[in-house]
Design a protein around this ligand. Structure first.
Ligand code: SAH
Ligand code: SF4
Length: 428
């Protein structure tokens, strides 16, 4: 999400004749786009701000701005705590950047942390910064109203709102015409996407179908799906289109129904497993990935064991795994003590990571010897004679370059693997 937001900001600033630079010392304006999801994300920003403070002492004209969720969460408190910051802008305030920068130029601090009920930046054509030229993100909705007990997103990103499908399809078509071969439709909860204009509702499956029909050579991915909205209709739509990738990110968070209840995830373990069974039935061979939180409030060894068992039962291909981090003002922070000791949280997280390592390796081993259509994304870091790309299941494959280039679809037979990567040769 933040990557995609930075591209929107770059576009707004390009219209004001700002140009990106890779040399930080020559920058006149430095904007940090920030995340508040866990405390360590905010600590990294604080460290970065200290480094920028040193830079500003050497270069007093330098303007430093803080964007995104941390700006929204801490608002003007940040201007008191970090006196070298000139500008604070929340996720819905980027259109105001030109005026806010003028205010800074006139010697004042500037801040806009208003959340909006309808801002989607639909008409802004993001500047594709530093990407491969093959894959791109398209933001299709903003905000979240699920209020999971642990999560700060509903407070920092505001109400859920979907973007007009016409602008989404136009953006995807233009990307394809520019040579891009894969788009990822982004939102906190993409499958609750909904647009209704003149009594003509557009659901997420309908939007996916439209994007997928731009061209069979355009791959379509999406993230993130909330388990409560992963309907059979959506799964059937994925199964029916070769170019909708066979990979679903379905954050489980915990395997314990008791924890899920306290987290306010609105599903039970059984309900989640029913959705996994539906994916396996409707889209055979689909990769499934997840997010997991270790050590949420009052989590017992029994709850933790249930997380490990749900991981084994699903056999995730990949997972993002976190230690619970209490975020101020969330439901959990108000209602429940953060009472799992740090050493126990760490041990549980280590066990989760070790198990996922095993599961990822097992999943990759099952793919060795098979043929895949790989979309080449770039030249391998280790050798310019090798390319890397991804399968429809989102697995990274490294293979001989031969006469291929990034953006090409290549048939590859896999020969070996680690838990993270497959290696292959060109199919005969
Ligand atoms: N909207 C997405 C996830 C957004 S945040 C969804 O609902 O699936 C990405 C992940 O960060 C979450 O899935 C969760 O696993 C993790 N996360 C969110 N808040 C957290 C917290 N307070 N502590 C630890 N992990 C957290
Ligand atoms: Fe956070 Fe839950 Fe919304 Fe995801 S669905 S962003 S975890 S509140």
């Amino acid at each position: 999400m933040n990557f995609s937001d930075s591209e929107i900001v770059a576009s707004i600033l390009a219209d004001q004749n700002y140009e990106p630079t890779t040399d930080i010392k020559s920058a006149d304006l430095i904007l940090l786009n920030t995340c508040s999801i866990r405390d360590n994300a905010e600590q990294r920003v604080r460290n970065r701000l200290n480094e920028l403070h040193a830079l500003k002492r050497k270069h007093p004209g330098l303007v430093i701005g803080l964007l995104g969720c941390m700006a929204e969460r801490l608002k003007d408190k940040l201007l008191e705590e970090e006196r070298h910051i000139d500008l604070i802008v929340g996720p819905d305030g980027y259109r105001q950047l030109p005026q806010l920068l003028e205010q800074v130029e006139s010697g004042q601090k500037a801040i806009n942390v208003l959340l909006s009920a309808d801002e989607t930046y639909a008409d802004i054509n993001p500047v594709r910064t530093g990407g491969s030229g093959v894959t791109a993100y398209i933001s299709i909705m903003r905000g979240c109203e699920n209020f999971c007990a642990y999560c700060v997103v509903p407070y920092t990103r505001g109400k859920e709102r979907s973007r007009s499908p016409i602008t989404i399809v136009k953006e995807a078509r233009e990307l394809f015409e520019q040579g891009f071969r894969e788009v990822t439709l982004l939102g906190q909860n993409v499958n609750s996407y909904h647009w209704d204009e003149n009594n003509q509702p557009v659901s997420f499956p309908a939007l996916l179908r439209e994007v997928a029909s731009i061209n069979p050579l355009l791959r379509v991915r999406f993230a993130t799906s909330h388990p409560k909205d992963i309907s059979d209709e959506l799964l059937e739509c994925i199964a029916a289109h070769d170019n909708i990738c066979k990979s679903i990110h379905l954050p489980v968070q915990s395997g314990s129904t008791r924890m899920l209840g306290m987290m306010k995830r609105s599903y039970t373990r059984e309900w989640y497993m029913d959705r996994i069974a539906a994916i396996r039935r409707i889209i055979p061979g689909c990769a499934i990935t997840t997010d997991i939180i270790a050590g949420f409030c009052s989590e017992t060894e029994e709850d933790h064991e249930q997380t490990l068992s749900v991981m084994r039962e699903v056999g995730y291909d990949y997972a993002y795994m976190f230690k619970y981090s209490e975020r101020p003002n969330t439901i959990a922070a108000k209602k429940y003590p953060d009472d799992v000791p740090e050493d126990i949280k760490s041990r549980r997280l280590d066990e989760i990571i070790a198990l996922q390592q095993e599961l990822s390796l097992k999943s990759n081993k099952l793919d060795v010897g098979k043929e895949f259509e790989v979309l080449a994304e770039g030249v391998s870091k280790r050798s310019d004679q090798q390319l890397f790309g991804r399968t429809s299941q989102n697995k990274v494959v490294v293979f001989p370059r031969s006469a291929f280039n990034p953006g090409d679809y290549v048939k590859v037979v896999t020969l070996s693997c680690t838990a993270a990567t497959l290696r292959g040769e060109l199919a005969k």
